[in-house]
Design a protein around this ligand. Structure first.
Ligand SMILES: [Fe+2]
Ligand SMILES: [Fe+2]
Length: 271
């Protein structure tokens, strides 16, 4: 299965660029499954229902969220009726929406997509490790589903690496989100799971993690309230990860970074 994951879509420039480029990326890379993190799509904070619909229409099969899941309240009724929009599975029981979804990629080929959120330097939540283990006990990789993609939304690379190693072999692809900086550690782990600590963002990199740099920087310079943070709106770099898996085993054959446009050095898988 050929899988594309795009990191946190940041503001208008991220949304517009992803909507414009995703159909072409799907075609060029012959993508079977595209997953997009959309927690920052609405001005950096949350996701509006119209934006979710546009990203799905542009070719995202599944959208994931994160700590900004509920910043736009209108998403709460939307997530209840759109199973392809998922939120971290380790929110407390009773939270709207679901932490995973099974999508039919093509006739007879199914993929499980899940999201978990880390707890190091983040708000307290239920255990992402135990929550994921419980979910995975219901599926057999290479059996009931041909691929499993896990978005681990977390601040600390240590927690993301620990998560990936914990589920190495049980999941096709573990990808980190939330830091908005793409990492250079893409690899297939010994058990067959593709892993990259962070996918990066789809946004303007002349910024502080996607936010207008002056206001964001002043928050560190002076411990005083600054101007309201807003997203930088220059040309976006679309940052993501491409993974190819074996349907029979569900394990990864290769993992390669994807970076298109904007300021970051480009990267595009071949073949
Ligand atoms: Fe984010
Ligand atoms: Fe986040």
């Amino acid at each position: 299965m050929r899988i594309l994951f795009l990191g946190d879509v940041m503001g208008r420039t991220g949304r517009d660029t992803v909507c414009a480029i995703l159909p072409r990326l799907r075609e060029v890379l012959r993508i079977d499954l595209a997953v997009v993190n959309a927690e920052n799509a609405s001005h950096g904070f949350g996701l509006g229902p119209d934006m979710a619909s546009n990203l799905l229409a542009a070719g995202a099969d599944v959208l994931t969220l994160g700590n900004h899941a509920w910043d736009r309240k209108e998403i709460i009724p939307y997530i209840a009726q759109q199973p392809r929009l998922i939120r971290p599975l380790n929110f407390p029981p009773g939270t709207p929406g679901f932490g995973s979804v099974v999508v039919e990629v093509s006739a007879g080929r199914r993929a499980l997509v899940l999201q978990a959120m880390g707890r190091l330097f983040m708000d307290p939540l239920d255990c992402p490790f135990r929550g994921t283990a419980e979910l995975l006990s219901k599926y057999r990789l290479g059996g009931s589903v041909q691929a499993i993609v896990a978005d681990i939304h977390a601040e600390a690379s240590s927690e993301k690496m620990a998560y990936a190693h914990m589920f190495d072999g049980q999941v096709s692809f573990v990808v980190g989100t939330h830091t908005h900086c793409p990492t250079a550690d893409a690899q297939v782990l010994p058990g067959g799971t593709a892993f990259q600590s962070d996918a990066g963002m789809c946004g303007d990199y002349d910024s502080v993690i996607g936010m207008i740099k002056d206001n964001a920087a002043m928050r560190f310079w002076r411990k005083m309230p600054s101007e309201k943070l807003g997203p930088a709106e220059g040309e976006a770099t679309v940052c993501g990860v491409f993974v190819e898996t074996n349907d029979a085993t569900g394990h990864a054959l290769r993992i390669e970074p994807v970076r298109v446009g904007g300021r970051l050095a480009p990267a595009m898988p071949e073949g």
